[in-house]
Structure formats: C-alpha cells, structure tokens
Design a protein around this ligand. Structure first.
Ligand SMILES: Nc1nc2c(ncn2[C@@H]2O[C@H](COP(=O)(O)OP(=O)(O)OP(=O)(O)O)[C@@H](O)[C@H]2O)c(=O)[nH]1
Length: 228
C-alpha cells in the first residue's frame, strides 16, 4: 500500500510564521503561494490521474482552510496588539497611562544615566480642576483633560516621556534638557496650554513643578519620588 501523507502542516507552517511576524502584503503572498503549492502537489501526487470534480472540490477546501487560518491569525494578532496598546494608554486622554509612563521613564533614565545627560521632570496640574467639574460638568472636565493632554503630546520630542499620572496630574520627562532649556520649554508649553483653554473659553490655568538633574541619576523611581 502506498502511504499517503497529509502535507497540511508543510503549508500551514509558513502561513503561521508569516501571519504572526510579517506584513499584510507578504502574508497575502505566502498564502497564495501555499495554496498554489498545495494544489500543484496534489496534482503531481495523482500522476495526472484525477477526477476533475473532486480535484476542484479538494483544492477549494484547501484554499479556504489556508485563507481562513491566515485571516484568523491576523485577526488574533491585531486584537492582541490593540489590547496591549489599550493596557498602556489612558482611555480618556489617549496618552500613556501611569503604568506606561513609569516603564518609559525607566528607559529614559537608564539612557540618560548611561550617557551622563541632563534630564528634567515636569509635573503639570490643572488648577482648581474640581471647580471646573462643578461649574461646567464632568463631560467638559473630561474634554479639558483631553485637550490639555493633546497640547502636551504635540509639544514633546521623540525621546521625551509623557503620561497621565491620574486625575488632573500629568508628567513629562525631557531627556537632555538642562535647567535653561527646561524653563524655556515650560513657559512655551504653558502659553500653548493657556491658548487652547482660551480657545474653548475655559477659565483655568496650569501649575508646573520642574526638577532638573545636571546628570541623570541611576534610580528613576527614587528621582520621581524625590521630585514630587
Ligand atoms: N472630569 C473628570 N474629572 C476627574 C477625572 N479624574 C479625576 N477627576 C476630578 O479631578 C478633581 C481633582 O481634584 P483636586 O486633586 O483637588 O485638584 P484641584 O481641584 O485642581 O486642586 P489643586 O490641584 O489643589 O488645584 C477631583 O474632583 C476629581 O473628581 C476625570 O477623569 N475626569
């Protein structure tokens, strides 16, 4: 009896690897290649002795299985990426949440310490935010926090770190920023925040606490606690 081995894993493995690690176009290409290879190998194994209907039927089923596996894996991958983004994002302001801020802060501090760079931590607090909620309502309070976070996010560089620590408290870490640079930056940021508030006719201001280290200290958690 001639052994008939199923080749499904042979075709599935490249699809699984591509679906998980490669871009959509490459993945599409690999899936088409796997479908064609499976169909051709079926044809060759039959030595041309095929029943056209069952050959077409089987090839279609194989194509559907491979396409569905690709779709399913891409979908699961997208979901996982989205989930991990959501776990790191503050749902209201869409900037990094406290947990993500602390993770990114560790990285910035370790870079700054390794390269002996200055570093600045800026704490930002919305003044009398409680009364904003009381006067305008929570919905406007939420919108205000969102707008303020957007202004901050629009005004940081790639290596800087931003986060909402909670409530109306935000924090920025400016890598390589010495005292003079940090002060200029903070004044400019505060003007931009005030402009945005004025645009919405929200009567509020922002308080900022600025701490600069001439050389980044090694312990981020300690630095952030000492700075508060
Ligand atoms: N709308 C809205 N309000 C929030 C949110 N998180 C916290 N708050 C409110 O923010 C307010 C913060 O109050 P406080 O910490 O006293 O801050 P404050 O009124 O600005 O006082 P100071 O910081 O001393 O100026 C509280 O009333 C919270 O209920 C949120 O996500 N949305």
């Amino acid at each position: 009896m001639v052994p008939h081995l199923s080749f499904i894993f042979f075709f599935l493995i490249p699809i699984i690897v591509a679906s998980w690690f490669a871009g959509a176009l490459f993945c599409f290409f690999i899936t088409i290649l796997a479908i064609l290879s499976w169909t051709i190998s079926d044809y060759l194994i039959a030595h041309g002795n095929i029943d056209v209907f069952s050959f077409l039927f089987n090839s279609t089923v194989h194509a559907l299985i491979l396409a569905y596996v690709t779709y399913l894996l891409r979908y699961i991958r997208r979901l996982l990426i989205r989930e991990s983004q959501l776990a790191r994002e503050d749902s209201l302001t869409k900037i990094p949440n406290r947990r993500s801020f602390y993770e990114n802060g560790e990285v910035a501090f370790s870079t700054g310490n390794r390269q002996q760079l200055p570093i600045t931590i800026i704490f930002i607090d919305v003044d009398n935010f409680k009364s904003i909620n009381d006067v305008y309502g929570h919905k406007i309070g939420d919108k205000l926090l969102f707008e303020a976070a957007q202004v901050m996010n629009e005004n940081i560089r790639k290596n800087d770190v931003i986060g909402r620590l909670g409530g109306d408290e935000f924090c920025l870490i400016l890598l390589s920023a010495d005292r003079e640079h940090a002060l200029m930056y903070a004044i400019n940021l505060r003007n931009k925040l005030n402009e945005r508030m004025l645009k919405h006719k929200w009567q509020t201001t922002f308080s900022m606490g600025i701490v600069t280290y001439a050389v980044t200290p090694p312990d981020f958690l300690r630095a952030i606690e000492d700075s508060r």
